[in-house]
Design a protein around this ligand. Structure first.
Ligand SMILES: Nc1ncnc2c1ncn2[C@@H]1O[C@H](COP(=O)(O)OP(=O)(O)OP(=O)(O)O)[C@@H](O)[C@H]1O
Length: 260
């Protein structure tokens, strides 16, 4: 369970990233956060693993307070909370397998990782993660050789190798073309369903949000202005979240098709 109690984030510049957010996210939910640029979506997601410090209020992840966590507690929390980024954040000059093994870093002794000796158990976990996202045949390929969609799958596998309770994805498909974006969302949703991992994703394509979310959270100026099931989020709701009419740029224009 992730709980926000009246959480605000004020950046050093004085800008309010979050403004009195109160939310409860139960285990295993697939949550999509939508809103215009600057609405506070990234701030919300990054607050969960302490990447962005909370200014006031209480934020708890599976019983661990994030707002008042020590460095050690934050390290422990981040081992259980995986993060996926728009730019994939892979080490592109090394193999796919090495990238995925990096997901084991928080779980492996420093000495073992220094000498690159992750051990058979860790390699097995890494291969299983690659299999789950259908890319195991690329294990020994340099990450730089892969397409954007494949690189994001490797990033998902790296997060899975962490064996997380929670996955945070900050605009994970914003750099991908619409069909690839759809395929990556499908993978994220499938692994979330298979493993029961709580997943929070920022998206700007509303059709993808509607297709994949269990729950949609709409943000505007740091506040939650919509919180409901995807079926209730119609165009009128999105227009209210955005404060303007929808345009062609708000949808991915891909036929999403039936979702599992
Ligand atoms: N490091 C920072 N320093 C100062 N202000 C920031 C910082 N990061 C974000 N902000 C500001 O906080 C507000 C919320 O930003 P945030 O990135 O959370 O929005 P967003 O909805 O994710 O937008 P986008 O879709 O453009 O990423 C914005 O006004 C933004 O300019």
């Amino acid at each position: 369970m992730i709980t926000f109690r009246d959480v605000s984030v004020v950046y050093p510049t004085g800008t309010k990233g979050l403004d009195g957010v109160t939310l409860e996210i139960p285990d295993g939910q697939f949550v999509v956060v939508v809103g215009l640029s600057g609405a506070g979506k990234s701030t919300l997601v990054r607050a969960v693993n302490g990447l962005v410090p909370v200014t006031s209020g209480e934020l708890e992840v599976n019983g661990q307070r994030v707002d008042s966590a020590s460095k050690r507690e934050l390290r422990r929390l981040r081992a259980r909370v995986g993060m996926i980024f728009q730019s994939f954040n892979l080490v592109t000059r090394v193999s796919v397998l090495k990238n995925v093994l990096m997901g084991r870093l928080a779980r492996t002794s420093t000495l073992a990782t220094l000498v690159g000796a992750y051990g058979a158990a860790n390699r097995e976990i890494a291969f299983e993660a690659l299999e789950r996202v259908g890319i195991v045949e690329k294990a020994y390929v340099r990450a730089s050789q892969l397409s954007g969609g494949q690189q994001q799958r490797v990033a998902i596998a790296r997060v899975l190798a962490q064996q997380p309770d929670v996955v945070l994805a900050d605009e994970p498909v914003a750099s991908l073309d619409p069909p690839t974006a759809n395929a990556v969302m499908r993978d994220l949703r499938r692994v979330q369903r298979e493993l029961g991992i709580t997943t929070i994703v920022n998206l700007h394509f509303l059709d993808l949000a509607k297709a994949y979310a269990d729950r949609i959270i709409g943000m505007r100026a740091g506040k939650v202005v919509f919180d409901g099931v995807a079926a209730d989020a119609d165009d009128a709701v999105f227009e209210q979240i955005y404060g303007r009419s929808l345009t062609a740029e708000d949808v991915s224009t891909v036929d999403v098709g039936p979702i599992l």
